[in-house]
Design a protein around this ligand. Structure first.
Ligand code: OAD
Length: 282
């Protein structure tokens, strides 16, 4: 090829060779918005990304903060219910479904750490037990005060369009059974990861014990994939990055390719995740 990139058949052969060499028992997969892009959900930092386009009146990244919620809870809820509607209208794609097959084959030797809040891995067949949703899920809410166990957003709360207001009826439904106000079950920029709500320690523990880390569709802008990768690589795990664009994980993968333990599968999730899963389970 003109720019010296390996062809798809060369990458397939390199994938065969890496898996034959490393024979991974335990696999951790980290996913980001790129895996859901082909389901029609915007990424965060692409041209149509949420952080690029934003909400109607507010700077997008300011919306995803506890500080914004404390001063304008209805506007923040409105924006998340709009995003929930986008997620709910989308369907899992072949990459989500392939990861469910991998879970079926590996059971507890498989851990999925997703930054995505769209719920598509669960709808694609992965179990809640094996899926660590480190940034939350737009289908859930939790009380602002008292017991903050995440609970499903009531079915009666309607999906709303991008510029539609939040109705009083919907607002009244966004409370716990005992009437406490709720917030979206989402990790915001001015908040920290924790085990209780986001299972972040479990994600790191899984990384500690894996022989293969697969990273799909993330730019590496959030902290947790970075830490998961650091732990896995410290323990000499192999790394495969699936992404059409370069990112910190593709750099690790290219670097570790020199010792036979890294591969950047330059392309989309739908192109490479099913093939990888077929090869891991075949
Ligand atoms: P980004 O929007 O930052 O990055 C999306 C990545 O997906 C980029 O690296 C793209 O190259 C890649 N990509 C695009 N299409 C793809 C495809 N079809 N197949 C595979 N990869 C593709 O999204 P994230 O990395 O997920 O956090 O963003 C991380 C976090 O930043 C999000 O979870 C969110 C945001 O702030 C919170 O909201 C807490």
């Amino acid at each position: 090829m003109a720019d010296n990139q390996p062809s798809e058949s060369e990458l397939s052969a390199e994938l065969d060779a890496l898996l034959a060499r490393t024979r991974p028992e335990r696999v951790v997969v980290v996913t980001g918005a790129g895996i859901s892009a082909e389901s029609g959900i915007p990424t965060f930092r692409g041209p149509e990304g949420y952080w690029t386009v934003g909400s109607r009146e507010y700077h997008p990244e300011d919306m995803a903060t506890e500080a914004a919620f404390s001063t304008m809870p209805r506007e923040v809820w409105r924006w998340y219910l709009y995003r929930k509607g986008v997620c709910n209208a989308a369907a899992p794609n072949v990459a989500h479904e392939a990861l469910a097959r991998l879970e079926g084959a590996l059971g507890e030797r498989f851990t999925l750490v997703t930054q995505n809040v769209d719920g598509l891995h669960l709808r694609g067949g992965c179990s809640l037990a094996r899926t660590i949703q480190v940034h939350g899920n737009t289908d859930f809410m939790r009380a602002v005060e008292g017991d903050d166990t995440p609970i499903p957003i009531p079915a009666g709360v309607p999906a709303i369009g991008r510029d539609e207001p939040l109705s009083d009826e919907a607002w009244e439904l966004l409370v716990t059974a005992d009437g406490r106000r709720t917030r979206p079950h989402i990790l915001w920029f001015d908040e920290c990861y924790n085990e209780k709500l986001y299972r972040s320690e479990s994600a790191l523990a899984a990384a500690e014990g894996c022989e293969l880390l697969v990273v799909v569709g993330t730019s590496g802008a959030a902290a947790i994939p970075y830490h998961v990768a650091a732990v896995a690589l410290k323990n000499d795990a192999a790394i495969i990055d699936i992404n059409p664009g370069s990112n910190p994980f593709s750099a690790h993968a290219v670097d570790r390719a020199k010792s036979g333990k890294g591969l950047w599968l330059r392309g989309s999730g739908s192109r490479w995740v099913p093939e990888l899963v077929d090869k891991l389970t075949g």
